[in-house]
Structure formats: C-alpha cells, structure tokens
Ligand binder design. Structure first.
Ligand code: HEC
Ligand code: HEC
Length: 230
C-alpha cells in the first residue's frame, strides 16, 4: 500500500494549480474570442455598410433613407436567414427597389461566409429595448384563422407581396417589403412590436394600420398568421 506522502501532496497541489490556471485562461480566452469576432464584424459594418445603412438614431421615413435601418437588427432578423442572405442577396425584399426606381440598380453587395458570420455576430448585438423577447409563440389554429381574416380585412397585401397559391407563388402590391419568406426572415417579437405601432420604426408606414391600433389579441393573431409565410 502506498502512503500518501509529502511529495504526492506537492504534485497534487501542482496539478490542482495547473487545472485552475487552465480553467482561468479558458475563461478569459473564450469570451475574448467571441468579442474579437463581434469586433471584426463591427469593423466590416463600419467600413462597408454605414455609408448606406444607419445603425444608430431615431426612426426615419423610407423616402429620406438610402437603405433600411439596421438599428434594431439584433431583434429584427433571424440569424440563419441573415447569414445566408448576406452571402447571396438574391431574394427580392423591396420589389420596386428601395428608392422606388423601377429599373433596379446593381445587386446588393455579397459577403464571404466568414464575413457574413462576423457581421451577423455584430448585428445581433443591436437590440431594441422596446421589444419583449419571447412574447410570440406559434399561433393556434383559431389565432391563425383570425389573423388571416384581419390580414385580408386590412388589405395588407395591397402593399406587401404575400404568398399565394398561384403560378408565381405570391400576390399583392409592390410598394413595400415582400412578406414572402417572412417566417424564415424576421423575428416574430419584432413583427409584433412593429404591428403595434409601425411609426415607431418607419414613420409613414402605419397609415393603413387602424388608429387606434387593433386590440392586443388581434395584433397577436395577425402576427402569428404572418409568421406562417414561408
Ligand atoms: C450601396 C448601399 C448599400 C450598402 C453599402 C449596403 N447595403 Fe444593405 N441594403 C441596401 C439597400 C438599398 C437594401 C434594400 C434591399 C435591396 O435593395 O436589395 C439593403 C438591404 C439590406 C438588408 C435587408 C434589410 C431589410 O430589413 O429589408 C440587410 C440585412 C443589409 N442590407 C445589410 C447590409 C450589410 C451588413 C452591409 C455591409 C456589409 C450592407 N447592407 C451594405 C443598400 C446597401
Ligand atoms: C399603403 C401601403 C401599406 C399597407 C396597406 C400596409 N403596409 Fe406595412 N409597410 C408599409 C411601408 C411603407 C412599410 C415600411 C417599409 C418600407 O419602407 O417599405 C411597411 C412595413 C411593414 C412591416 C415591416 C417589414 C420589414 O421587413 O421591415 C410590417 C411587419 C408591416 N408593414 C405590416 C403590415 C400589416 C400587418 C399590414 C396590414 C394590417 C400592412 N403592413 C399594410 C406600407 C404598407
């Protein structure tokens, strides 16, 4: 039988010390790595994107901007969609062009996969305190039926491309954002808050949403219905 001697205790203390040190270093390095990626993403956004997009500031109407605001990007986009779209921005989001020039200019710039991840990391930090995360759940069938009825009553499709069972796969007017693929593109909690008062995000976009606003449960239902657009 071995007696646990002084030497073993020293080794033991040494090992414990080494484990503690490794643990401390790992603790320091892991967040540092994540912070590095966010910083790199911020660098790309500052050098490449802010010429067109705003990442800070108060809401402004579309007519006064060159590109949609990314101020609340961390609450607005679903990360997978964002990373994919930034690499291959083919999907038409504003059918007539953001500046209403029908003859579309060149395509949106595309990022490399690594860049798209870093940019998405940074954009995910742009949160908006007005949005309650976790409010929206997938709609029940009663909510979805009510939501569809409200969507049609308030003719949302007059300005927004809306998925439809026809040859093109969508129907509706072109003057605003396409809602095709909305359920993969946007975060439900952001859409809910936008629908509560659109002018809080894009002044002038809420003119056709009834005033006073719909009751909370109707906004919930219309949002739940919109999130089924895939
Ligand atoms: C030359 C101006 C310009 C630059 C530079 C630019 N964008 Fe855009 N971006 C636009 C326009 C215009 C749109 C509207 C959609 C379209 O026309 O394709 C858009 C759309 C977007 C969207 C979708 C927004 C929405 O809510 O519909 C995202 C996300 C985006 N850009 C991110 C970026 C990022 C990240 C960069 C930098 C790597 C960048 N953009 C650089 C002009 C620009
Ligand atoms: C008269 C045209 C019009 C109608 C009708 C309309 N909207 Fe909009 N909507 C806009 C405009 C303008 C914007 C701001 C984006 C932009 O600049 O095009 C917008 C943006 C949105 C957005 C944000 C989309 C994004 O990707 O940023 C949501 C959500 C939305 N509307 C919901 C609705 C709902 C729900 C209805 C029906 C109750 C509706 N809209 C009816 C004009 C309209």
């Amino acid at each position: 039988m071995r007696v646990f001697g002084k030497e073993d205790r020293t080794t033991c203390r040494f090992i414990k010390g080494a484990v503690l040190l490794a643990w401390l270093l790992a603790g320091l390095l892991v967040p540092a790595r994540a912070a590095d990626l966010t910083n790199e993403g911020e660098g790309i956004v500052q050098s490449t994107c802010v010429g067109c997009h705003r990442i800070h500031g108060a809401p402004m109407p579309r007519s006064t901007k060159q590109a949609p605001d990314l101020i609340w990007a961390g609450n607005k986009y679903q990360r997978d969609w964002l990373v994919a779209w930034l690499q291959n921005p083919k999907e038409k989001l504003y059918p007539v062009g953001y500046d209403f020039k029908f003859k579309r200019k060149g395509r949106h710039l595309a990022l490399l996969p690594g860049e798209a991840e870093k940019v998405a990391d940074f954009l995910s930090t742009l949160k908006d305190v007005r949005i309650t995360e976790g409010r929206m759940k997938p709609g029940t069938s009663a909510e979805l039926t009510r939501g569809e009825q409200l969507y049609r009553e308030h003719v949302c499709q007059n300005c927004h491309w809306t998925p439809a069972d026809n040859r093109r796969g969508y129907t509706g007017g072109t003057s605003s954002t396409s809602f095709v693929n909305m359920g993969n593109r946007l975060q439900a909690d952001w859409v809910y808050r936008f629908n509560v008062n659109p002018d809080d995000f894009v002044p002038g976009s809420g003119a056709y949403i009834p005033k006073p606003s719909l009751p909370e449960k109707d906004i919930y239902a219309i949002t739940a219905y919109m999130m089924t657009f895939k």
